[in-house]
Design a protein around this ligand. Structure first.
Ligand SMILES: NCc1[nH]cc(CCC(=O)O)c1CC(=O)O
Length: 313
């Protein structure tokens, strides 16, 4: 069989957003592919694509609305052949892919935890009442207010660097960032305290990078199969089925985390009212082959307990 591997003459084009974190993730993907096939870096080109979420930086995400704010343009570029594969933070990915695209490659998952980040305070517990905390995540807002209704939350958008600048400027006294992003940027030291998932369940798929391709692109499929991490895939199967059953997107306060123990997957999940006034949590275990069913059942259980009005306020 002759392998149709990328070459400097016909490089594999990697689509990504342009933020420093997105670029770090695209570079990690290129490095893993180059190593797996013993190819030079020039066999890959990294193509930066601006998404709606990147363009509109002055409004809360939930106001811009719609799923796939950070993915739609990149997916269009794949379908038109402008790029071959796309590197995504899985936590920003809708649970369904557009017709013609396939998402079945995950890199080994990074730290799943959220980090407490502040210039003046050491951890969440030591924040005085009334302290202003910045976050654009509905989940983090709801989880925070659920534990600390005495704090104030302000909208806080932008990439990691922008948010650090906002802390310096005093827009807020503390914020939360994903440990995974900080580590990938070599900025883990700004995390004052990683927060245990027991205290704050992370977003579905937090810390995982997924690589999407055209469904029938056999060259890309072969390349990506070589760098896929099975355990990450099995954890995400459970978490994303949970999210799908709740019909959730990043517009809904949902947390969840799957962990593997031998042949068993344990899934914890949480939904919250957007104002943090109520949290419903549950967990379950199944054998790994049944992870997606476990996720779906846990999602349906919480949905049943929540009732219709739960996400409204
Ligand atoms: N929604 C933005 C986003 N998407 C992925 C990450 C971090 C990396 C990850 O969780 O994989 C971040 C920033 C953050 O939450 O701090």
């Amino acid at each position: 069989m002759t392998r149709d591997l990328p070459s400097p003459a016909r490089p594999l084009k990697i689509g990504t957003r342009g933020s420093p974190l997105a670029l770090a993730q695209a570079n990690e993907t290129r490095d893993r592919l180059a190593r797996a096939f013993d190819l030079p870096f020039e066999a890959f080109s990294i193509v930066v694509i601006k998404t709606t979420g990147d363009r509109i930086i002055d409004r809360p995400l939930k106001e811009i609305g719609g799923k796939g704010l950070f993915t739609k343009e990149i997916e269009a570029a794949m379908l038109s052949g402008e790029v071959d594969i796309a590197v995504h933070s899985m936590k920003d990915m809708p649970t369904e892919q557009p017709e013609g695209l396939m998402l079945d490659c995950y890199l080994p998952r990074e730290d799943v935890r959220d980090a407490f980040v502040s210039l003046a305070h050491g951890d969440l517990a030591s924040l005085p009442a009334g302290t202003v905390v910045g976050t654009s995540s509905l989940r983090r807002r709801a989880q925070l207010l659920n534990k600390r209704p005495d704090l104030q939350v302000v909208e806080f958008r932008g990439n990691v660097q922008t948010r650090m600048k906002k802390l310096e400027d005093g827009v807020a006294e503390a914020t939360f960032l994903a440990m995974a992003g900080l580590r990938r940027l070599g900025m883990a030291e700004v995390a004052k305290a990683p927060i245990s998932p027991e205290d704050m369940l992370p977003a579905i798929a937090q810390g995982a990078i997924g690589i999407e391709r055209r469904a029938h692109d056999t060259r890309a499929a072969e390349m990506l199969a070589a760098i896929h991490d099975g355990p990450t895939g099995r954890r995400l199967a459970a978490e994303r089925a949970f999210l799908a059953a709740l019909d959730g997107s990043c517009e809904t306060p949902i947390g969840g985390l799957a962990e593997l123990n031998g042949g068993t997957v344990r899934l914890r999940g949480e939904i919250l009212r957007p104002d943090g006034s109520e949290s419903l949590a549950d967990s379950g275990e199944a054998s790994v082959e049944d992870g997606a069913e476990l996720g779906r059942n846990l999602g349906l259980t919480l949905r049943g307990r929540a009732g219709e009005s739960f996400f409204a306020i």
